[in-house]
Design a protein around this ligand. Structure first.
Ligand SMILES: Nc1ncnc2c1ncn2[C@@H]1O[C@H](COP(=O)(O)OP(=O)(O)O)[C@@H](O)[C@H]1O
Ligand SMILES: [Mg+2]
Length: 268
């Protein structure tokens, strides 16, 4: 079989970007290949949310010769075209989503990349069937008539995952996916992400929580003050030394069944 170079989901090259008045990234480059699920780990203020916003076109990089932000090889996307390749699940989306939207409509809204569904939007029987399958798959089928604003945080998060999944995207980008979820909701949600990765989707997440990096994530990018300070496989990156330096606090890493956790280093 002929060798094919893997496609890049994300290709950022020599990017400068501002969040408000702060220059968060300068000469920032990062590539993530399809098939290589990746976590971008960094402390508060390191630029995680800014990175998400750049990739979801909520903010734009400074236009400079030789610099680009490409998603699946293309510079310019609108959310409507992007939705079948990359599903983006951010906290802004959860925050901004209409409280009155019914569960089923949250899922269907992914088809038009809209917030809630509108009368002029058409949905085929196939769309409705897919929405039903996605909800059943995520264990939220019984909530299809519930208003978004009356759901628990974990249920809302699953509906927003379903909103992305109805388009069957090749890749998913998530911002701190388990923030605000209790332990069972956290691990249920992570189990869903693990299934996505096992079925061939590329999952990318930005986080400062080690526990939300499931075993299937192979690559870790360490982000500090807008710079990549480490990039490699999980066991090389998630060491007590590198994390103590990343978070400027003495930490000890513990590993159980492919999951990582950190504790304060008591040896000091
Ligand atoms: N609207 C804004 N105006 C000015 N500075 C901002 C704004 N948003 C973020 N920043 C700054 O940009 C840096 C990166 O922030 P952010 O991307 O939110 O980091 P993280 O998500 O990793 O906590 C921080 O120093 C933050 O204070
Ligand atoms: Mg953030």
């Amino acid at each position: 079989m002929a060798y094919h170079r893997k496609e890049n989901v994300i290709d950022m090259h020599r990017v400068t970007a501002y969040s408000g008045t702060t220059c968060v990234f300068r000469d920032f480059s990062l590539c993530i290949e399809a098939g290589c699920s990746t976590a971008i780990l960094g402390p508060n203020g390191s630029g995680k949310t800014t990175l998400m916003k750049l990739l979801s076109s909520d903010i734009y990089p400074v236009a400079e010769p030789g610099s680009h932000v490409k998603i699946f090889g293309m510079d310019r996307w609108n959310v409507f075209d992007l939705r079948t390749r990359l599903g983006i699940i951010s906290h802004d989306l959860q925050h901004d989503y209409l409280r009155g939207a019914r569960g089923i409509n949250v899922i269907l809204s992914g088809i038009y990349a809209s917030i809630d569904t509108w009368q002029n939007q058409q949905f085929s029987n196939d769309d409705l069937q897919k929405a039903g399958e996605v909800m059943d798959d995520l264990g939220i089928g019984t909530l299809k008539h519930r208003a978004f604003g009356t759901m628990s945080t974990g249920q809302q998060r699953r509906f927003l995952l379903g909103r992305a999944l109805i388009n069957n995207p090749d890749a998913l980008l998530l911002d701190e996916p388990t923030t605000g979820l209790d332990l069972s909701a956290t691990f249920h949600y992570l189990d869903q992400l693990r299934r996505m990765m096992q079925s061939g989707k590329t999952v990318m997440l930005v986080t400062h929580h080690l526990h939300e990096i499931p075993p299937e994530i192979e690559r870790i990018v360490l982000l500090k003050e807008g710079h990549i300070v480490g990039d490699g496989n999980k066991t090389d990156m998630l060491t007590s030394e590198s994390l103590s330096s990343l978070f400027d606090y003495p930490l000890q890493v513990v590993t159980v069944n492919g999951y990582f956790q950190v504790l304060p280093d008591k040896r000091l």
